[in-house]
Design a binder for this molecule. Structure first.
Ligand code: FES
Length: 180
């Protein structure tokens, strides 16, 4: 009686084939537009975050495949730079300036107030999902600090009161609750 041998045929899954079409397209376009640059991974990650708002971990295999890098290498760069978000941001992203000129005119107090009002630390998102708080080191608005940027709008001479008005006008506000 002959013995049948089982042969396992490995199934090759194309990196990125499991991604939503829109995300796959964003990655491929970012790669195509930046591949020729020296150190192309950084501009590619910037382009992806500009379009999607963060770098979802599910994109890493496709990015790595396209650049002929390991997934660990891409992950290493994403996690090294705080600028790259590994979690989906809130509806509005607030960049608070922590550089010297702003610190000299009240940025420290503003930072403490913003963290308390939103219930988050830097890189966190308020419990209602509306606000993500990020540090930034100079927004080029030093003469009229403390400065912050929200949804790409620059605001100077920011005070805790003006901060509350700003976020109150977008919905939410003090006590928005803690988030990761
Ligand atoms: S130091 Fe804050 S905008 Fe330049």
């Amino acid at each position: 009686m002959s013995e049948r041998k089982r042969v396992m045929i490995p199934i090759r899954v194309e990196p990125g084939s499991d991604l939503p079409d829109a995300e796959r397209r964003v990655v491929l376009e970012a790669v195509q537009n930046n591949r020729a640059l020296e150190g192309s991974l950084l501009p590619i990650l910037h382009a992806i975050q500009d379009r999607i708002g963060w770098i979802p971990p599910r994109l890493l295999p496709l990015i790595a495949h396209e650049l002929n890098l390991s997934r660990a290498e891409v992950h290493g760069v994403v996690s090294f730079y705080h600028y790259f978000r590994q979690h989906q941001p809130g509806q509005h992203v607030i960049f608070l300036c922590r550089a010297e000129a702003c610190q000299a005119v009240g940025a420290v107090q503003l930072e403490a107030h913003a963290k308390r009002a939103l219930g988050v630390d830097f890189h966190g998102t308020s419990g209602d999902g509306r606000y993500t708080l990020e540090p930034v080191y100079c927004l080029g608005n030093c003469a009229t600090g403390p400065s912050l940027m929200i949804d790409r709008e620059l605001h100077g001479r920011m005070t805790p009161e003006r901060f509350d008005e700003l976020i109150g006008g977008r919905g939410g506000g003090a006590g928005a609750g803690a988030g990761a």
